[in-house]
Design a protein around this ligand. Structure first.
Ligand code: FAD
Length: 301
């Protein structure tokens, strides 16, 4: 049965999925670091596909050296009848490498790209003009190469490198105006931060769909790592959950799934219709969340 997949077996652009479906819930997976683990990740994709996400994204190594892994997983996603969104970072790739990767995506009928800069490694300097310093340049280049649906990243609590909110919003607006079809947000745990951010985007004239990125936290170590990497704030309520349940893995996992599910329901109740779950390649977690939303998705999705 094909129920939450928008059109089985048909190539779809994510902008059309977002426009046609009142509610979407999509998943992110990451490729393995080593080729000999590729079959394990493909099995993760197949397990996740049983929850019928609206589309599935696959991340890209910032160094660009494992682009083939991202491509292979994107192909597996499409093979499951689900639209794939392939991430692409530009920081350490020459213009030629970008052309090669985007060309391979086109040959494999992947129509959707999340255009990203990547995190700057310590001590890194841009070698020459063959490299792109910002995602907006990558967006320009992809548009020159072909007819792709292009998404970009946004940060409800500001990108850590931005001087202030004014600068952050100005560059975001510029990036969108370069030709983005949608934005996907960095994870956040406080819905008010996201709702304020969306309002600010609309005031600034950023009118593309903004997909809310939700990271289910299923162990206490994960939140420390995630917060350190993303710079996002954690509400007192979540710290209390960690203090109370963090020591027992099963309890913390259950509490984390319920927190993420409640976060999504609250967002939807506040008019946020597009949700992206950072699955961390854990199908059981993503499927539990989808089960918690089943009636909402079947009625509104
Ligand atoms: P940019 O849009 O270039 O912004 C980076 C900083 O530069 C911001 O402070 C911005 O305000 C500023 N800026 C933008 N344009 C200009 C300009 N023209 N002049 C001066 N300053 C400017 N990383 C990976 O390695 N692989 C992934 O697959 C991946 N997936 C991600 C998915 C999502 C949804 C998100 C939110 C992040 C992801 N990242 C990934 C992390 C991302 O690469 C980093 O957050 C990176 O530091 C910024 O990428 P960006 O595309 O937002 O960069």
């Amino acid at each position: 049965m094909c129920f939450n997949i928008v059109k089985c077996g048909e190539r779809m652009k994510i902008k059309d999925i977002l426009a046609e479906r009142p509610v979407t819930v999509s998943f992110e997976v990451f490729p393995p670091k080593q080729w000999d683990k590729i079959e394990n990740t493909k099995a993760v994709v197949r397990a996740l596909s049983t929850a019928q996400p609206s589309f599935m994204s696959v991340t890209y190594g910032a160094a660009g050296t494992s682009s083939g892994f991202t491509q292979e997983i994107a192909n597996e996603i499409e093979g499951c009848g689900i639209t794939a969104l392939s991430h692409l970072t530009c920081l350490t790739s020459t213009r030629d490498k970008i052309h090669e990767v985007v060309g391979t995506l086109a040959e494999n009928h992947i129509d959707n790209i999340l255009a990203l800069r990547g995190d700057i490694p310590e001590g890194f300097t841009f070698p020459d003009e063959q490299y792109f310093e910002h995602a907006c340049q990558l967006v320009d280049e992809i548009k020159r190469i072909g007819d792709f649906c292009i998404g970009g990243a946004c940060y409800p609590e500001m990108h850590p490198e931005s001087k202030d909110r004014v600068e952050d919003m100005a560059y975001l607006k510029y990036k969108v105006d370069c030709g983005l079809d949608f934005l996907t947000s960095q994870m956040f745990f406080d819905n008010e931060k996201f709702l304020d951010f969306v309002e600010l985007c609309r005031i600034k004239g950023i009118d593309v769909p903004i997909i809310a990125g939700i990271m289910p936290i299923t162990n206490a170590k994960q939140i420390r790592r995630s917060v350190a990497l993303s710079n996002c704030s954690v509400p007192k309520k979540f710290y209390k959950i960690m203090d109370r349940f963090g020591e027992d893995d099963a309890s913390m996992k259950q509490a984390g799934i319920i927190y993420a599910t409640e976060q999504i329901i609250d967002l939807m109740a506040n008019g946020i219709d597009h949700i992206h779950i950072y699955t961390m390649n854990k199908p059981d977690v993503a499927i539990s969340i989808m089960n918690g939303l089943s009636e909402i998705i079947s009625y509104h999705g």
